[in-house]
Design a protein around this ligand. Structure first.
Ligand SMILES: C[S@@+](CC[C@H](N)C(=O)[O-])C[C@H]1O[C@@H](n2cnc3c(N)ncnc32)[C@H](O)[C@@H]1O
Length: 312
């Protein structure tokens, strides 16, 4: 009986290969080196990370492929580009060159949006700067009655967004509407003016010139990361436009740089059309996203409106 090429060959135990890879990644400056080595090994062996210890060892061919992936990760290619997917809340999203890799801290903004959406039986939810669709598709999955619209401007990101949206719709989620548009356009989503219940946005917000890790610098699109000289170039017009799109009592959540925990609530207060302005920390305790409610009367609030730091 013919032998499979891997039969009879010596297999390297996952634990040995992972330990070697973790050392290489740590030496290259990868922070969670051990965890990432395990994730790469699990991906290559086609098992969940928690089952790695029980998996068959690497065949020589698998070991070559593993070593090649570890070398690319040591060269600071994002893990998610190597595996082709990013975990976000309850989803696995397809990602790769041309689209921003969704971050764990943004799960908090998406979760806030889901909770807010529960206030309406069938909310209209808009996700501006949608990228891979992380926020929009999470809301669609977790709030089946919601009508969700995702807006993105980059053609490369739009193709990842459409691919993820199609795959979630095929999995049974309510389809998300995808709109190709510049979110800073003054007539953005004109047909939805005064009708949006929840508006969420994770815009590019890093101030130009800030030093970012190699994964971000070389692999996230610059347009997805940098928000002009002060990092607020997209946030300012989004705050203004959201006040037009939201219905009275509708809510806005916008992620921001951790240096903008005062500036973004300040912009919301200065606009005058928002109330209940709050800022929320991420899991590391850094200021991460601001929220506000569209005032019912649309009047300016007057000088000195207070805003507060929320606990989540
Ligand atoms: C920080 S990424 C966020 C992506 C996704 N929402 C997430 O949380 O992973 C910002 C996204 O905004 C898009 N973008 C930047 N400027 C834009 C603009 N003026 N109009 C529309 N999209 C824009 C970028 O292409 C990128 O996909």
């Amino acid at each position: 009986m013919p032998q499979h090429p891997s039969e009879g060959t010596k297999r390297e135990r996952p634990s040995a290969a992972v330990a070697r890879a973790a050392r290489a990644l740590a030496a290259a400056g990868v922070e969670a080196a051990r965890a990432e080595a395990e994730l790469l090994a699990a991906y290559l062996l086609g098992v969940p990370r928690g089952r790695l210890a029980l998996a068959d060892g690497f065949t020589p061919e698998q070991l070559d492929r593993f070593d090649a992936l570890v070398a690319r990760r040591a060269d600071r290619e994002p893990l998610q580009h190597l595996t082709g997917s990013a975990a976000f809340r309850h989803l696995e999203l397809a990602v790769g060159p041309g689209v921003f890799v969704p971050r764990p801290e943004t799960e908090l903004l998406a979760g806030w949006g889901v909770e807010q959406g529960r206030r309406w039986p069938a909310p209209l939810v808009v996700d501006l700067c949608s990228g891979s669709g992380a926020i929009a598709l999470s809301v669609a999955q977790e709030l089946p009655a919601a009508r969700v619209v995702a807006v993105e401007g980059s053609p490369a990101a739009l193709s990842w967004l459409r691919r993820n949206a199609a795959s979630r719709a095929a999995a049974g989620d309510r389809p998300v509407g995808v709109v190709a548009a510049d979110v800073t356009a003054p007539d953005l989503l004109a047909d939805l003016a005064g009708r949006v219940d929840v508006l969420l946005c994770n815009p590019p917000y890093v101030p130009a010139g800030a030093v970012v890790p190699p994964e971000v610098d070389r692999h996230d699109p610059a347009d997805a990361v940098f928000g002009g000289a002060d990092g607020l170039a997209v946030i300012r017009p989004v705050i203004a436009r959201a006040a037009v799109l939201l219905r009275p009592g509708g809510v806005l959540g916008v992620e921001h740089d951790d240096t903008h925990g005062t500036a973004v609530p300040g912009l919301l207060a200065a606009d005058g059309r928002y109330e209940a302005i709050a800022d929320h920390p991420d899991l590391a305790g850094r200021p991460r996203f601001a929220t506000a409610s569209r005032r019912a009367d649309g009047q300016h609030a007057g000088p000195g409106p207070a805003w507060q730091t929320a606990s989540s």
